[in-house]
Design a protein around this ligand. Structure first.
Ligand code: ADP
Length: 653
C-alpha cells in the first residue's frame, strides 16, 4: 500500500529555485510529497492560516517582504506544522532570529543536495507527529474528564427521581391499596429496580472505560464469600423451583487475595443469568485451582440446564452494547452489559472468562482469577446445597423481641432482618462489630432495654464477630449472641461457645433454622414481656430528623417513609433555610443532607453543622459516591446512596 502523501507548502518567489527544490524533494525516498507552490507572501499567510499542510519550506527572501514576517504571521494565525526556513547564504544572526520566531530549522539552499536536507525534513515531521499525538492525548483526556463529569451528573439526576418512584411504590405496596393494584405496583417496582441496576452497569462500564475502576484487594474468606453469594441467590432459585448446588472438586484455599465486592459481583451476575435463562433443572457451581503457566489460579464454573446460547451469539455476549438490536425483542430484561463487565473485571484480576454452551441443553461459564500466592494457605472441601426437597416455603413463627443483625454486607443484613421482622421481632442493624458494640454500650449507659438476640457475622471489617462477642460479654451484655458463619470445621462450635456465643447458624442462612432459633429464644421472652405492659421500648423517645433536599418529590417521599418509621421529619429545601431552621430549633437527632443544593453544597453545610451543632449526626444523601477523603475530613456519620428506600431508612433509624 502506498504511504499517504505528505502535504508540503513551498513558499518561494524564484521559479528556478522552486523547480530545484521540487526535484530534491522527489529524490527523497523516505516520503512522498504532495507539493503546493506559492510565490507571494500575502497568499502564503492566507494559505498557512488554514493549517492544511503537514510542513512548510519558507524562503527567507520573498521580493520586498521578508520570510521572517510571513513566519511570524503564519504562526500567529494558527499554523501548527513545522516551518523550515530556506536561505541563499549562511548567516548566524538570521538563523537564530528564525528559530526564535518559531521555525524548526534553518537551511542554506546549497545544503539541499546533501543528507542534511533529508534529515531536517525527517526530524521536522517526526516532531510534528509527537506533537500531534500529545494534542490528541490531551484532547482525549479532556473529553474523558467531561464524560466523567457528565456521567456523575447523570447518575445523580437519574437517582433522585428514581427515589421517588421506588419509594412511593414501596409505600403503596405496604398499604391497603396493594390489594387492588398488587400486580401493577409489582411491575412498577420491578422495573424501577431494573432501571437502577442498568444505571449501575452503565456507570461501572464507564469507570472501566476511563480506567477509573480500581481493584480493592484484601484477604477474602472463600467459604464465607460463597455462602453469602449462595444465601442471596437461593431466593431467586427457590422462586423458580430450581436446585442450586455449590461444590469444590478438591480442597480449596480458605483465604485468597481478591477484591471481595467485585468477585461477589461476578459470581452473582453469572448465577443470576443461569437462573434467569433456566426454566427447570439445576444450577451447579464448581470451584477448583489449577496451575496455569507456573501460577496456581482459582477457577469457578457455573453450569445451568437452561436454554443455551446460539453459536453466532456466543462471541458477541462479552462485548458491551453489541446486542442492542436484540434488546427490543428480548423478553428477559437486561442491557447486555453484565458479561462485558465481568470480562473486564476478570482481565483486571489477571484471569479469563469462557463459555461452553449448546442450544437447548444449557451453558457453562468458566472463570479464572489469580488468587495471590496460595501455596501455604490452609485448604478445605466446600459444599453448599439447595436441593428441591428444601423448597417448601417456610412460614414464620410469631415472636416478640428486639434483635440486632450485624453483617457488613447490606443485602445479607436486610435479607436476614426481613426474615426476623416477618416473625414479628423489632430489628436493628449494624455494619460491623464496633457499631454493634457502640449501640449496646449506649443502651446500657442510658439504662435502655438492650437486645434480646444479636446475630453476628464472623468476618467483618473494623471489628469481626469473635472480637465483638468477647467485648459484648465484657460490657455485661446478657442477651443471646448467635454466630452467622460459613465455617463448618470441626471444633468451631466449642471455640465460639468459649468466646461467649450461645449458638451458631450456618450460612447460607436457612429460614427454618432461623425461625427455630427465634422461637426457642424469644418464645419465652414473649411471655415475659407480656406480663410487663408496654415496656418493649421503655425510654423510647420520638426521633426527629431534619431533611435538607431541594427536589420536592424526593423530599416528600423520604419524609413519608421516615414517618412510617415513627420519625418526625422536617423538610427544608436549601442551605439558608437549614441554617435558619437550626437557629430556631436544633433538637434534631440527625440531619439528612442532599449533596447538591440550590445555594450551596450539602457537604459544606455538613461541615458547618458539625462546627455549630456537634451533637446532631450528619448523613449525606447522594446520587453518586462522594469523595471518601472529603467524607472522612468532614467526619460525616453516614452516606446513603440514592435511591432511598424503606430498608435503608430503617437501618438509619
Ligand atoms: P443481560 O443478562 O443483562 O442482558 P449479560 O451480559 O449478563 O446481560 O448477558 C448477555 C446475554 O447473554 C443475555 O441477554 C443472554 O442472551 C445471554 N446469556 C447470558 N448468560 C446466559 C445463560 N446462562 N444462558 C443463556 N443465555 C445467557
Amino acid at each position: 500500500m502506498l504511504a499517504k502523501a505528505t502535504k508540503l507548502l513551498l513558499v518561494e518567489d524564484d521559479e528556478d529555485d522552486y523547480i530545484l527544490t521540487r526535484d530534491y524533494l522527489e529524490q527523497l525516498s523516505s516520503h512522498v510529497f504532495d507539493i503546493e507552490w506559492i510565490s507571494s507572501p500575502e497568499q502564503a499567510i492566507h494559505v498557512l492560516s488554514k493549517n492544511e499542510h503537514d510542513i512548510c519550506l519558507l524562503d527567507y527572501r520573498l521580493g520586498a517582504s521578508d520570510g521572517l514576517s510571513v513566519l511570524k504571521k503564519a504562526i500567529k494565525n494558527g499554523f501548527c506544522g513545522p516551518i523550515i526556513m530556506l536561505t541563499g547564504q549562511s548567516n548566524d544572526a538570521l538563523d537564530s532570529a528564525a528559530l526564535d520566531a518559531g521555525a524548526v530549522d534553518y537551511l542554506v539552499k546549497s545544503e539541499m543536495s546533501g543528507s542534511r536536507f533529508a534529515r531536517s525534513i525527517r526530524y521536522a515531521l517526526a516532531r510534528r507527529d509527537v506533537e500531534d499525538e500529545r494534542v490528541e492525548r490531551l484532547k482525549a483526556e479532556a473529553e474523558n474528564r467531561s464524560k466523567d463529569r457528565f456521567l456523575a451528573h447523570l447518575s445523580h439526576e437519574l437517582r433522585t427521581p428514581l427515589s421517588s418512584i421506588l419509594g412511593y411504590t414501596e409505600l403503596l405496596m405496604l398499604s391497603d391499596f396493594n390489594k387492588q393494584a398488587e400486580n401493577e405496583l409489582g411491575v412498577i417496582y420491578r422495573n424501577g429496580k431494573h432501571l437502577l441496576s442498568l444505571l449501575n452497569d452503565v456507570l461501572d462500564l464507564s469507570k472501566i472505560a476511563v480506567d477509573k475502576l480500581e481493584l480493592n484487594l484484601s484477604d477474602v474468606n472463600l467459604d464465607s464469600l460463597m455462602a453469602d453469594v449462595f444465601t442471596l441467590m437461593r431466593v431467586s432459585a427457590l422462586d423458580k423451583g430450581l436446585s442450586l448446588r455449590f461444590e469444590s472438586l478438591a480442597p480449596l484455599p480458605l483465604v485468597v487475595n481478591a477484591d471481595d465486592t467485585r468477585l461477589r459481583q461476578i459470581l452473582i451476575n453469572l448465577i443470576n443469568n443461569a437462573i434467569k435463562f433456566t426454566e427447570q433443572g439445576e444450577i451447579v457451581v464448581n470451584a477448583w485451582t489449577e496451575m496455569v503457566v507456573e501460577r496456581e489460579m482459582l477457577f469457578f464454573s457455573i453450569k445451568d440446564s437452561g436454554v443455551g446460547i446460539a453459536p453466532e451469539k456466543q462471541a458477541l455476549i462479552f462485548k458491551p452494547f453489541e446486542q442492542i438490536a436484540d434488546v427490543e425483542s428480548r423478553s428477559v430484561g437486561g442491557a447486555g452489559l453484565g458479561l462485558a463487565i465481568c470480562s473486564e473485571l476478570l482481565s483486571r484480576m489477571q484471569g479469563t472468562i469462557s463459555l461452553d454452551s449448546h442450544e437447548g441443553e444449557g451453558s457453562t461459564f468458566t472463570i479464572s482469577l489469580y488468587p495471590g500466592n496460595i501455596k501455604k494457605v490452609k485448604r478445605n472441601l466446600l459444599k453448599l446445597d439447595l436441593t428441591p426437597n428444601m423448597q417448601q416455603k417456610t412460614t414464620p413463627c410469631q415472636v416478640t423481641g428486639h434483635v440486632l443483625v450485624v453483617d457488613d454486607l447490606r443485602d445479607l443484613r436486610v435479607l436476614v432482618g426481613h426474615l426476623i421482622s416477618s416473625a414479628g421481632a423489632d430489628v436493628d442493624y449494624a455494619d460491623n462489630g464496633k457499631q454493634a458494640l457502640d449501640k449496646v454500650k449506649k443502651q446500657l449507659t442510658e439504662r435502655h432495654a438492650t437486645y434480646d438476640i444479636i446475630f453476628l457475622d464472623i468476618h467483618m471489617p473494623v471489628m469481626g464477630g469473635k472480637e465483638a462477642a468477647i467485648e459484648l460479654r465484657k460490657l455485661g451484655f446478657k442477651g443471646a449472641i448467635i454466630a452467622l458463619t460459613a465455617a463448618t470445621m470441626k471444633g468451631i462450635r466449642n471455640e465460639l461457645t468459649a468466646l461467649g456465643f450461645d449458638d451458631m447458624i450456618a450460612k447460607p442462612v436457612d429460614s427454618n433454622l432461623l425461625y427455630q432459633c427465634l422461637e426457642s429464644r424469644l418464645g419465652q421472652k414473649a411471655q415475659r414481656i407480656s406480663s410487663i405492659p408496654s415496656t418493649a421500648k421503655p425510654n423510647a423517645k420520638i426521633k426527629r430528623f431534619l431533611l435538607v433536599e431541594d427536589d420536592a418529590d424526593a423530599a416528600q417521599i423520604t419524609q413519608l417513609l421516615l414517618e412510617s418509621l415513627d420519625v418526625e421529619t422536617t423538610i427544608v429545601t436549601n442551605v439558608e433555610a437549614c441554617c435558619t431552621m437550626l437557629k430556631q430549633d436544633s433538637d434534631y437527632d440527625k440531619v439528612l443532607l442532599d449533596m447538591q443544593l440550590p445555594d450551596g453544597s450539602g457537604l459544606e453545610l455538613a461541615g458547618f453543622i458539625k462546627e455549630h451543632y456537634p451533637s446532631i449526626k450528619r448523613v449525606i444523601i447522594s446520587g453518586l459516591e462522594p469523595d471518601a477523603v472529603h467524607i472522612r475530613q468532614l467526619e460525616i456519620d453516614q452516606v446513603l446512596l440514592k435511591p432511598i428506600n424503606l430498608a435503608l431508612l430503617n437501618e438509619l433509624v
